[in-house]
Ligand binder design. Structure first.
Ligand SMILES: Nc1ncnc2c1ncn2[C@@H]1O[C@H](COP(=O)(O)OP(=O)(O)O)[C@@H](O)[C@H]1O
Ligand SMILES: [Mg+2]
Length: 466
């Protein structure tokens, strides 16, 4: 009998240790698996209660942020406990966590730390064990008796401690896992952020490059506008000069015209009355010649000051230039100069004065000749230029390979009475008159020259399309 009893006892012990082993391995297997913490807690409390044949159990967890204890996991206890919270440090759970020591309690309701909710839940006796992680108490595991008769032993406490240790291991594993997962997620987020900010940086870079391009473009436009403004200013100054000098010149020309007519008439009368061999007739001829030259200047001045506006008619620009060339060939000698003409055949007629245009062209040709006393080339070009849909321009270019001008000379070239020629040879009125004629025709003239590099005059005459 004795042996049988001993065998029975041993078998029971083995069975029990086998059961304990099973519970512990179950918790342990959870510790290395990836089951969420809640599931681990639930399995552990069931394992703990079943292991020692207790009535119920509960796990309290510290919410560090809110500084409270929750009881999210209850086994064989009323559900309302899931929503119960207690201030950190309060209750048996708080006490166990603060002391970091397990407790066996034989009469829970009589404890000053007892929570009324657990009393209401029927809690009478218990084992409370802290759940430790890295030297810190994270919560408590409680195994309950629901009758004062169910008292817990040190031996049972040992078993619960084993489960609690493994649970702590599971918690640490899970939190390590969660931390790693969070770190991975963070890393992923940083990588994404980096990608986004790299993209943004690239966009920003592109935007800056665009802005730089715009600035360069704007700079070009500003420079262009500045150039145009300067040109307009120069034109205005020129026009102003022309207007004031023109008025003066017109006044003088008018005053001179009448006495000149007298001088001319009387010198002609004198010549007629003289005998052919009169020795004074040479002087009278010289007086007449001088007076005629004066009259030419006076006429020029009147043209320049636009006092002698002729009626405008449809005029062939090429023809006026050709006539001027013919005059130049007979009046002025162009021997050493080669003249090349490139006349556009499609030029429309412009409203203007053939006389004045011819005079302007003659001035240009004579100036070119004077600039090429040692010979050279004079190129005359006419061509049609479109300016938008409604406007067309006739461009007339006089280009010579003569001595050219300095910048200073170029600036004053259209001013009246500005000449570099010997007295008697130049009056300084040719270009001023030409300028007046071109303006009269609603046109414009530009000069481009350099010392020793020849000179180009470009004249633009507008054609208004019907
Ligand atoms: N084709 C040219 N090449 C070089 N200098 C020129 C040319 N045309 C005009 N000039 C300069 O401009 C000045 C003024 O010309 P203009 O008004 O025709 O007067 P003028 O011919 O009586 O001197 C000239 O004296 C000369 O210095
Ligand atoms: Mg001249």
């Amino acid at each position: 009998m004795k042996i049988r009893k001993r065998v029975e006892k041993k078998t029971k012990e083995w069975e029990e240790s086998n059961k304990a082993l099973q519970s512990i391995t179950k918790v342990l297997s959870l510790a290395v698996s990836e089951v969420p913490l809640k599931k681990i807690l639930e399995t552990s409390i069931v394992a703990a209660v079943e292991l020692i044949g207790a009535d119920a159990g509960s796990i309290g967890i510290l919410d560090k942020e809110k500084n409270i204890i929750r009881y999210p996991v209850n086994y064989k206890m009323p559900d309302f406990l899931n929503r119960v919270t207690a201030p950190a440090g309060k209750g048996i759970a708080g006490y166990v966590m603060t002391k970091k020591k397990p407790m066996i309690i034989d009469d829970y309701p009589s404890m000053p730390q007892a929570l009324k909710e657990f009393i209401r839940g029927g809690l009478k006796t218990l084992i409370a064990v802290p759940l430790m992680y890295r030297g810190e108490a994270l919560g408590t595991l409680g195994v309950f008796g629901l009758s004062l008769k169910r008292r817990f032993t040190e031996e049972e406490l040992e078993k619960i401690l084993a489960i609690a240790d493994n649970l702590s291991l599971a918690i640490s594993h899970t939190s390590a896992h969660i931390e790693r997962k969070k770190a991975e997620e963070d890393l992923e987020k940083y990588a994404k952020d980096l990608e986004t900010s790299t993209k943004e940086l690239m966009d920003f870079r592109r935007a800056i490059l665009n802005i730089l391009e715009d600035i360069t473009e704007a700079k070009g436009e500003i420079e262009k506008a500045y150039g145009e403004l300067k040109e307009t200013q120069e034109q205005l100054i020129q026009a102003g000069k022309m207007a004031s000098t023109g008025q003066l010149a017109a006044g003088v020309a008018h005053e001179l015209n009448n006495p000149l007519v007298g001088v001319l008439n009387f010198s002609q009368l004198l010549r007629e009355r003289m005998k052919k061999d009169d020795p004074n007739s040479e002087y009278v001829k010289m007086i007449e010649k001088g007076a005629l030259q004066c009259q030419r200047i006076v006429r020029g001045l009147l043209t320049f000051s636009r006092q002698d506006r002729e009626p405008f008619q449809p005029t062939d620009v090429n023809k006026s230039i050709q006539e001027a060339l013919l005059l130049a060939e007979t009046q002025v000698k162009l021997q050493k100069i080669k003249v090349k003409c490139h006349f556009a055949s499609n030029l429309p007629k412009i409203m203007g004065s053939a006389n004045q245009l011819q005079q302007m062209a003659l001035n240009m040709i004579i100036n070119a000749r004077d600039a090429m006393l040692q010979g050279g080339n004079l190129t005359i070009i006419t061509r049609l230029r479109s300016q938008g849909l409604k406007r067309e321009l006739i461009e007339v270019i006089f280009q010579d390979t003569g001595v050219g001008m300095t910048r200073e000379e170029m600036i004053r070239v259209f001013d009246p009475f500005v000449t570099t020629k010997k007295p008697g040879r130049g009056t300084g009125l040719g270009l001023a008159i030409s300028y007046g004629i071109i303006k009269n025709h609603g046109g414009d003239i530009k000069v481009d020259s350099g010392r020793g590099k020849g000179t180009t005059f470009t004249i633009m005459l507008s054609v208004t399309k019907k």
